[in-house]
Ligand binder design. Structure first.
Ligand SMILES: Cc1cc2nc3c(=O)[nH]c(=O)nc-3n(C[C@H](O)[C@H](O)[C@H](O)COP(=O)(O)O)c2cc1C
Length: 198
């Protein structure tokens, strides 16, 4: 098995994350920058922007998300996800994934294709960064705690961190030391997932 395959296999959704790491903020940021730089984007449009939030600012971010989500999530979903959010708050940090809408508008694509390219550009970064954090020995999960650009949740986060108005938030990736097992995962058959012709 290659190192790459081992890495891919060890990446999991980790909700039990903490702040017990010897890695410095600088080391984490350097690795994220190194990896994000090489992520492919449609026509090399490089529309994705990552904002890495650490420490007290990370706690402030998740307090705000908890505050918004208490009016959105209910019942069992709130019980589970509020625990995930509390875990994120006490972890090392969070990578916020944005798309720069001015850069998106400059892509040689319109309508549904532009939307697909924007989402795909961002997803490529999300997965690459998830793998990079895994390689650093950190655990992470992928969250969509925003209720959407259109609904205006982004605006409060943009204001909180003085980010440009033309940033659309796509996802959040809280990360930290691994403090527990990942949930068991079911798989569909490999032959259904990957089919071979010829
Ligand atoms: C497009 C996408 C959206 C996701 N959104 C969420 C989310 O909002 N909250 C969450 O806890 N996990 C989210 N996940 C994580 C998946 O639930 C998880 O990757 C999947 O169950 C497989 O588990 P694994 O990551 O441990 O392999 C998302 C994953 C993807 C690819």
């Amino acid at each position: 098995m290659s190192q790459f395959t081992d890495l891919v296999k060890s990446r999991r959704t980790r909700y039990a994350i903490g702040n017990n790491t010897d890695l410095s903020k600088e080391e984490i940021v350097a690795r994220i920058r190194e990896v994000a730089r090489e992520v492919p984007t449609a026509s090399n449009s490089q529309t994705t922007r990552l904002v890495v939030v650490f420490g007290e600012e990370n706690a402030r971010l998740w307090d705000h998300i908890l505050d918004v989500q208490k009016d959105v999530l209910q019942g069992e979903m709130w019980d589970m996800m509020s625990g995930v959010m509390q875990g994120a708050k006490g972890a090392v940090g969070t990578v916020l994934f944005f798309e720069d809408l001015d850069a998106v508008a400059k892509m040689p694509a319109e309508g549904a294709r532009e939307e697909a390219y924007k989402q795909n550009n961002n997803a490529n970064s999300q997965y690459a960064i998830w793998l990079a954090l895994t390689e650093l020995g950190l655990g992470a999960s992928l969250q969509h705690m925003n209720i959407g650009h259109e609904q205006g949740f982004d605006k409060s986060v943009l204001e909180m961190f003085n980010l440009p108005e033309n940033y659309e938030m796509i996802a959040q990736m809280p990360f930290g030391s691994i403090e527990g097992d990942a949930f068991p995962k079911e798989y569909i058959e490999d032959e259904v997932r990957v089919q071979v012709i010829g």
